[in-house]
Design a protein around this ligand. Structure first.
Ligand SMILES: *Cc1c(COP(=O)(O)O)cnc(C)c1O
Length: 440
């Protein structure tokens, strides 16, 4: 892919620079402080894995706006597809008068999601909206009330999905009351529990049976690789055992692939690494190169349990976002971006895989594809070290590297770079992060 910005870090002012600081003053006067920011560096344009700020600094993006610009910033072919569609038709509302782009995205999702059964799709605007719709669909299909999600899960910020999200602060604090019949159950977290997948699944299942009752559960929601929860990857065999339990008890298994799906982990969907076929899959973030689009895809009998008019929404699957998604699918296949994600995994592992041995504050480095977590601890323990994460983030952003935070204790350094990031950029970014780790 030709990049319009050289793929290198280059600082021409301090960070944030003078133009960013001026914008920050206006922002404080105009924008809710509830929309908190990781770094107050205002961006102007981007290409590939590089963001260029309003002062002309080139920064290495290790976050992709939380896993959205997986194929790289401002991909010219996606930009062209968006422009052409915007000039042709921007809106009819699919549920009033339909159009082909929506159908084509649904056909493609049926092809790339796991499982070789008949699948149907609904398109919506955001990840949270996809999760909400999956809840509605699973309840309608099963006629049951209870929804199960995992400890450390993140499922969104609407009232329902906020209540399915694990962490009280800052996501939920002071914003209840929340809807009922939502249950958080123990997950497999190998670094913290030391259990095999089978042992952890037995704990999860016992919790469901003793606190909820298996036959009350409509759906089991799981991020196959947790994002905001701290790149928690359940042990091998965990999801296979959970899926068997769901099948035995008529529970809909939903893979929330909003962060880990669409090529990011070196597979179309991260549940593939666990060898499990889910009943429903949610997609969003990386699906349309930065345009708002999300989907619920799954078993046709489950998806069609809802009466016509029972699900939908004004902007869902709009012509422009679906045009972007179709181009993203084409680029991922043509440029083998799943293979590129595997290349990124090898490059990151080779560069930072020994950090737990080299730095006292690093407890574990773990990840798949272009999705990594570095769990920071008090030296010699597994006690979370959020102060170290704050220090690393401050050093990184001041030096032109934008990683992410994660984890229920705010102690996991999260890397979600574009799958087109070069080995040179990975090396340069790692050197900046190492400077901070070495001083802790
Ligand atoms: C981001 C995210 C959501 C919510 O998506 P929005 O588009 O922000 O509503 C839900 N689930 C997971 C796993 C996510 O990472």
């Amino acid at each position: 892919m030709p990049f319009s910005v050289p793929q290198e870090r280059k600082l021409v002012t301090e960070l944030p620079g003078p133009k960013s600081r001026a914008l920050q003053e206006r922002r404080v006067a105009a924008v809710s402080r509830g929309a908190g920011t990781l770094a107050n560096i205002y961006m102007d344009h981007g290409s590939g894995a590089i963001l260029v700020d309003v002062d002309g600094n080139q920064l290495i993006d290790l976050g992709c706006g939380i896993g959205v610009t997986t194929i790289g910033h401002a991909h010219p072919e996606v930009a062209q597809a968006v422009a052409e569609q915007a000039a042709k038709l921007t809106h009819t509302l699919f549920t009033v008068t339909p159009y082909e782009n929506y159908v084509r995205v649904a056909e493609k999702l049926a092809e790339i999601t796991p499982g070789d059964f008949e699948k149907h799709t609904i398109l919506v605007n955001s990840g949270a909206e996809a999760v909400e719709n999956a809840v509605k669909i699973a309840r309608r299909f099963t006629g049951r009330r209870a929804i199960v999600s995992l400890d450390h899960a993140f499922h969104g910020r609407t009232n329902l999905t906020m209540a399915m999200t694990y962490r009280p602060w800052p996501e939920r604090a002071g914003m209840g009351p929340f809807p009922g019949e939502l249950y958080s159950v123990p997950i497999s977290y190998p670094f913290r529990d030391g259990l095999t997948g089978e042992e952890a699944a037995a704990k999860t299942i016992d919790y469901i049976q003793t606190h909820i009752g298996a036959t009350e559960v409509a759906a089991f929601f799981a991020e196959p690789i947790q994002g905001d929860g701290g790149i928690v990857i359940p042990a091998p065999g965990y999801f296979a055992a959970i899926k068997r339990f769901c099948e035995d008890n008529g529970i809909v298994f939903v893979a929330d692939e909003i962060q880990a799906g669409i090529a990011r982990t070196g597979a179309w969907y991260s549940i593939e690494h666990h060898g499990v076929v889910p009943d429903l899959v949610t997609s969003a973030k990386g699906i349309a190169g930065g345009m708002p689009l999300a989907a619920v895809t799954g078993r046709a009998d489950i998806m069609d349990a809802v009466q016509p008019g029972g699900i939908g929404g004004t902007f869902g699957g709009n012509p422009v976002s679906t045009a972007a998604a179709l181009k993203v699918f084409e680029i991922i296949e043509r440029d083998d971006l799943i293979g590129e994600a595997q290349r990124v995994e090898r490059a990151i592992t080779a560069r930072i895989g020994d950090w737990a041995e080299r730095f006292d504050v690093v407890g574990e480095v773990r990840g798949k594809g272009a999705m990594f977590g570095i769990e920071l601890v008090q030296p010699g323990t597994t006690t979370p070290n959020p102060e170290a994460l704050t220090a690393v983030l401050r050093h990184a952003t001041a030096n032109g590297v934008i990683p992410l935070d994660a984890g229920s204790w705010d102690s996991v350094l999260r890397l979600l770079p574009s799958v087109v990031i070069s080995e040179e950029l990975i090396d340069d970014a790692a050197s900046v992060l190492e400077e901070a780790l070495a001083t802790r």
